[in-house]
Ligand binder design. Structure first.
Ligand code: 8YV
Length: 346
């Protein structure tokens, strides 16, 4: 038997149903009763970013052999417990890297160019009715101090007028050339860096240990990174060490001209602090795909046009979700045929 921890993907569910005796945990409101009846027939758990296998579930399944996660993040799986019990663990790396990196760039553009506000403006009929408050705000930069900075475009260094990001990001500002700081320079972080390079952005990063094989500027602390970039992107795994890695101090270092992008996990950010900083205009803006208590999103954010909110869709394209499902199925098949796992973690 295979236990699916929560609903995640219809194709995966159908394929699991074809191949295994599939139990859908959410079909059984009384978990204890369910486990009493089926604990001895479950040999695999399929989890994701919402539900995985904690110590309690692992302990209650004496015949559990493998936990396959429909996610690259493993924060919902007790890896130490799995190691201790000789339970194998797999995830879905690589196949989702490009989509998550794409979304990070999409959120940056959406926040800086206020794409969602613009869309709401057109749909509301204001443009047609001649309410030009939004479109004139676009040009409001003429009232602000103009700075000049050198940036490299298409390999050529050119002088281009640019403005600083303004307090509370009340203006539509350029992405090209803005400095981007990345927390975590793994597959996804590198994908974001490569894309931001194409926008002529100076890239810096924070990881526990400096990378010897990249030319981006390294900062040995998140505070230093945040103090030296305009757009800060969270792209590291969620661990005890990285929980609330974005705290008040970091938010203040990023400041009223800075933008926070989170495509990692909600608990990377102290959400109370983030909300108050945004509401008080101490942070320029934010693009958030993940939240501390999904699907709960702080309602204080709903009225802020310098904030863009998406419902944890980083890997959510047809192509990637299909590839992730195939990896889960491939790992289960390999395991039960005694073959090497495709993407083993434990
Ligand atoms: C998914 C994710 O959204 O890979 C991860 O770590 O968070 C996502 O890909 C999730 O697991 C889908 O069910």
């Amino acid at each position: 038997g295979v236990l699916m921890a929560c609903p995640m993907n219809t194709y995966l569910e159908q394929e699991l149903e074809k191949r295994f005796n599939l139990f859908k945990f959410w079909d059984f409101p009384d978990k204890a009763l369910f486990l009493d009846a089926h604990r001895n027939s479950i040999r695999a758990v399929v989890g994701n970013a919402t539900a995985g296998a904690d110590a309690e579930l692992i302990e209650s399944l004496p015949r559990l052999e493998i936990v396959t996660s429909f996610s690259v993040g493993l924060d919902k799986i007790d890896l130490a417990k799995c190691r201790e019990k000789g339970i194998r663990v797999t995830n879905t790396p690589d196949v989702l890297t490009e989509d998550v990196a794409d979304l990070a760039i999409g959120l940056i553009l959406a926040v800086l160019r206020r794409l969602c506000e613009c869309d709401r403006y057109v749909r509301s009929g204001k443009w047609r009715r001649g309410d030009y408050r939004l479109t004139t705000k676009l040009e409001a930069y003429t009232h602000t101090s103009f700075l000049h900075s050198d940036i490299v475009l298409s390999g050529r260094k050119v002088e281009i007028p640019s403005i600083e990001l303004l307090s509370g990001l009340n203006y539509h500002v350029r992405f090209t050339g803005k400095s981007v700081g990345i927390i975590g320079l793994g597959r996804i972080g590198m994908g974001i860096a490569k894309r931001a390079e194409a926008f002529s952005c100076p890239i810096s990063y924070y990881t526990r240990t400096e990378k010897s094989d990249v030319n981006y500027k390294y900062y040995p602390s998140v505070i230093e990174l945040a103090s030296n970039c305009q757009i800060l992107v969270v792209a590291c795994p969620l661990t005890e060490e990285t929980r609330h890695i974005i705290n008040r101090e970091v938010i203040d270092a990023l400041g009223p001209k800075g933008v926070l992008i989170n495509i990692g996990r909600g608990p990377h950010v102290d959400e109370r602090e983030l909300v108050s900083a945004l509401v008080e205009g101490r942070l320029g803006g934010a693009g958030l795909d993940v939240f501390e208590r999904e699907p709960e999103v702080p309602e204080e954010l709903f009225g802020l046009e310098n904030v863009v909110l998406t419902p944890h869709i980083g890997s959510g394209t047809v192509e990637t979700r299909m590839a992730m499902a195939d990896l889960v199925l491939g790992n289960l098949e390999a395991h039960f045929l005694n073959k090497p796992l495709l993407t083993p973690v434990v």
